[in-house]
Design a protein around this ligand. Structure first.
Ligand code: NAP
Length: 251
C-alpha cells in the first residue's frame, strides 16, 4: 500500500492531484482550510481511502499540532511500501512593491509557502525513518523561485527558500540508509485561482501583469488535470529525486 499526504487539496493543482490519487490501494491524507465535496463523493464511490483534514497552515501552532498528529498517523500505518508527502499548498500574496510589505500577509506567505512545508517534512521524515519503506517528498515550487519577479518578492523568496530546503534534505541524507527521494518541482503556469489573483493585480503593484493576462487570453495556461497527471507520473518515476530542483516543463 502507498501512503500519501497532500496539502492544498481543496482546489487547483492540489485538487486535481487528489482526484488522481484516489484509490482503494492508497491511503490519501489531504489538508486544506476548505472541504472538497467532489473529492469526497468520488472517494466514497470508488472505495478510496480518503482522510481529509481541515487545517489552516498559516497558523504556526495549528501546523505544529497537525505535524505531530500526522507523525502519529504515519507511525501507526501498517503494510506501507511507500510513503509520499506532497507540499502543494501555496499563496501568491502579498503582491506589491517591497516598500508595501506588511507584517501579517508576509507572515502568512512565509508560513504557508515555507514553514509549514518544512515542519510537515520534518514530521514526515522522522515518523517514517525506521519504517524501512521507500520515502518520497515533492515540494511544489515555481519558476519564480529561480528568477526575480517585480511585485512578487514574498512569493519568489519563499519558493527559493523551499528549493534550498529541498537541497538541504538531500545534503543531510547523503550516504545514509533509506535516504528519502526529494524534489522541488516547478509546475509551469496553470489555470487556477492563483492565476485569477495574479491577473487581477494592479500594474503598479505587479508590472508584468499584462504578460499573465495575455497567457490566459492566448489559452497558454496548463489545465490542472493535465499538469497533475504529468506531475504524478514524474513522482512515480524510478529516477525521481535524482534532480533535486526540477521543472515539469522540461519533461
Ligand atoms: P490555488 O488554486 O490558489 O490553490 C491553493 C491551495 O493551497 C488550495 O487548496 C488552498 O486551500 C491551499 N492553501 C492556501 N492557503 C492555505 C492555508 N492557509 N492553509 C491550508 N491550505 C492552504 O493555487 P494553485 O495554482 O493550485 O497552486 C498550487 C501550488 O502550485 C502552489 O504551491 C503554487 O505556488 C504552485 N504554482 C502554481 C502556479 C500556477 O500558475 N497556478 C505556477 C507555479 C507554481 P484552502 O484555501 O482551502 O485552504
Amino acid at each position: 500500500m502507498e501512503f500519501v499526504i497532500l496539502t492544498g487539496a481543496s482546489r487547483g493543482l492540489g485538487a486535481a492531484m487528489a482526484e488522481r490519487l484516489l484509490s482503494p490501494s492508497r491511503q490519501l491524507v489531504c489538508i486544506a482550510r476548505s472541504p472538497n465535496e467532489s473529492l469526497a463523493v468520488h472517494a466514497r464511490a470508488s472505495g478510496a481511502r480518503l482522510d481529509y483534514r481541515l487545517h489552516d497552515l498559516s497558523d504556526a501552532s495549528v501546523t505544529a499540532q497537525l505535524a505531530h498528529a500526522l507523525g502519529e498517523t504515519l507511525r501507526a500505518a501498517a503494510g506501507v511500501s511507500r510513503f509520499v508527502l506532497i507540499n502543494n499548498a501555496g499563496v501568491i500574496e502579498p503582491i506589491g512593491r517591497v516598500e508595501s510589505l506588511a507584517a501579517a500577509p508576509l507572515a502568512v506567505a512565509l508560513q504557508v509557502n515555507l514553514a509549514a512545508a518544512m515542519l510537515l517534512t520534518s514530521a514526515f521524515l522522522a515518523a517514517t525513518e525506521s519504517s524501512g519503506a521507500e520515502r518520497r517528498v515533492l515540494n511544489v515550487s515555481s519558476g519564480a523561485a529561480r528568477y526575480p519577479v517585480a511585485g512578487w518578492s514574498a512569493y519568489c523568496s519563499t519558493k527559493a527558500a523551499l528549493d534550498m530546503f529541498t537541497r538541504c534534505i538531500v545534503a543531510e541524507h547523503a550516504g545514509r540508509p533509506n535516504a528519502p527521494r526529494v524534489c522541488s518541482l516547478a509546475p509551469g503556469v496553470i489555470d487556477t485561482e492563483m492565476q485569477v489573483t495574479i491577473r487581477a493585480a494592479d500594474q503598479a503593484d505587479f508590472p508584468p501583469v499584462e504578460r499573465f493576462r495575455k497567457l490566459k487570453a492566448d489559452g497558454a495556461l496548463g489545465s490542472p488535470a493535465q499538469v497533475a497527471e504529468r506531475i504524478l507520473a514524474y513522482l512515480d518515476r524510478d529516477d525521481f529525486g535524482e534532480r533535486e530542483i526540477d521543472d515539469i516543463r522540461e519533461h
